[in-house]
Design a protein around this ligand. Structure first.
Ligand code: CTP
Ligand code: MN
Ligand code: MN
Length: 510
């Protein structure tokens, strides 16, 4: 998505993604210490076994590579109880009441639940007799979970930060980003939509059967999912992570103020590292890029929730010094419950002030911080807002509010947690902050628009246009059939106008 927003608020993702470690399995924390699993390779195959082992470990299960004495649960696929017993005999291990022999359906249910689920007769491969002597029911195949219909619009899905399909969504995000760098907008969108829909699933995709009925998964996307299920990784993603252009763009756009155009230029000029770019005498940098290089380390290291809260206090102090009735709301990723962000976003609005006072607030706040020595960089964008203008048709359009993109100096002592990545000698951290000032009547629309996620916002607009013949942006909602603006005091009212079930901010992580 080559949006002009880049020019102001910098690249979308500031964290350099760990390259080349896509599917590596770091030592995982074991959450469920009472169970020691062993997955039988026989009839399952080694790639599927490796995939399930990796997945189970990621979910906090202890999985052994070998059949050791500590194993408590043996999981098998397409094996009967007597098959497994026979195999155990060959291994010189006797079945005992301490050793559970289970069908893979049990493990799959555990993966979905994210914790061990109860073992019932249908999971157990060996029919146990209860004390009364009646056998438990015959083992049978687990019915597939009832999947309620999933909407192709992110605004009709609840997407929390509990993503149980990271293994797939990470892959699609790399591919989407690569398409973005190559300005292949169509494929970029397809990969982003795929990642987005997978993030909303309450279960982990374990087999291709699980993808049935899920929208936004085209053939290309499905073939990648299949490859990851079978091999644990996608060869295409691996190739992208090693691709020179991808790596360079990733690096260049990690600098505040560097977008696709500049990256393209530097790449064509043969630059591959930031140090070479930085030390080149012929390149001209914008003020924004100069600040980006100057505070690079701080800015790539992401903002923690505690730091965001501390910035919130700074913003409120400054805003209330001039407009005591103003509302200051933290928006963006932190409002959606994220623990980390690339910046901190705030929406400011004041019920009692005149247009003039409204327009003067941000310049006054900037001035105050400048005097206090807290202002490391700022770019104030004046409002181009017109009350009677129709909402924009473009899903990625910029809004017209007055706003300011800043880098603030946040002193460590202002941060609650204390242990904010302190460097020796330096007593502060540079933090990216976005401030938006909106007229009081627009506040619900501005809040909805600035809460994101970007994919959620796109789909809200797409939904409004295609399903409701309405136009929505950060300022207003317009009903094209009735030819009227629909007013709203809250986000709930906007959802209601659109005929959508309300989705809470923490469920908008599409
Ligand atoms: N946004 C917007 N217009 C802009 C910039 C941002 O409407 N010119 C909205 C987007 O919908 C986005 C939200 O503001 O979802 C916050 O933007 P941003 O800070 O870029 O993303 P976050 O979701 O907060 O992610 P991060 O934690 O990385 O900051
Ligand atoms: Mn943000
Ligand atoms: Mn932002």
């Amino acid at each position: 998505m080559h949006s002009p927003r880049m020019a102001h608020s910098g690249p979308r993702k500031k964290r350099p993604r760990q390259m080349g470690t896509q599917m590596a399995s770091p030592p995982q924390d074991i959450k469920f210490r009472d169970l020691v699993l062993f997955i039988l390779e026989k009839k399952m195959g080694s790639t599927r076994r490796a995939f399930l082992m990796e997945l189970a470990r990621r979910k906090g299960f202890r999985v052994e590579n070998e059949l050791s004495d500590s194993v408590t649960h043996i999981v098998a696929e397409n094996n009967s109880g007597s098959d497994v017993l026979q195999w155990l005999q060959v291994q010189n291990r006797r079945a005992s009441s301490q050793l559970e022999l289970l069908d893979v359906s049990w493990l799959i249910e555990c993966m979905r639940a994210g914790e061990p689920v109860e073992m019932t007769g249908r999971h157990q491969l060996v029919v146990r007799r209860d004390p009364a002597g009646s056998p438990s029911p015959e083992p049978q195949k687990t019915p597939p979970p009832a999947v309620t219909e999933i909407s192709p619009y992110a605004c009709q899905r609840r997407t929390t930060l509990n993503n149980c399909n990271h293994i797939f969504t990470d892959a699609f995000e790399v591919l989407a980003e690569n398409c973005e760098f190559r300005e292949n907008d169509g494929s970029c969108l397809a990969f982003m939509r795929a990642a987005s829909v997978l993030k909303s699933l309450p279960f982990t995709i374990i087999s291709m059967k699980d993808t049935e009925g899920i929208p936004c998964l085209g053939d290309k996307v499905k073939s990648i999912i299949e490859e990851i299920i079978e091999d644990g990784e996608s060869s295409e993603v691996k190739a992208v992570l090693n691709d020179e252009r991808y790596r360079s763009f990733k690096l260049f756009t990690s600098v505040f103020g560097v977008g696709l155009k500049t990256s393209e230029k530097w790449f064509r000029m043969g630059f591959r590292t930031l140090s070479k770019v930085r030390s080149d005498q012929t390149l001209k940098f914008t003020q924004m890029q100069k600040a980006g290089f100057l505070y690079y380390e701080d800015l790539v290291s992401c903002v923690t929730k505690a730091e965001a809260e501390a910035v919130g206090v700074l913003v409120k102090e400054a805003v209330w010094a001039f407009l005591p009735d103003a509302f200051v709301t933290m928006t963006g990723g932190f409002r959606r419950g994220k623990k980390m962000g690339h910046d901190v976003d705030f929406l400011i609005t004041s019920p009692g002030s005149t247009e003039e006072e409204e327009q003067q607030l941000l310049p006054k706040v900037i001035n105050l911080w400048e005097r206090k020595g807290l202002l490391l960089y700022y770019d104030l964008v004046e409002s181009t807002f017109e009350k009677l203008k129709l909402p924009s048709r473009k899903v990625d359009a910029l809004d017209h509010f007055q706003k300011c993109f800043l880098i603030l100096k946040l002193h460590h002592e202002r941060v609650d947690s204390g242990k904010s990545s302190q460097q020796e000698g330096k007593t502060w951290k540079a933090i990216r902050v976005d401030l938006v000032m909106c007229p009081y009547e627009c506040r619900a629309f501005a809040l909805l628009g600035w809460t994101g996620s970007r994919q959620f916002e796109r789909d809200l607009r797409r939904y409004a246009t295609h399903e409701r013949k309405m136009m929505l942006d950060n300022h207003a909602l317009y009903d094209k059939t009735k030819r009227i603006f629909l007013k709203a005091e809250s986000e709930e009212e906007i959802f209601a106008h659109l005929g959508l079930e309300y989705i809470d901010p923490w469920e908008r992580n599409a």
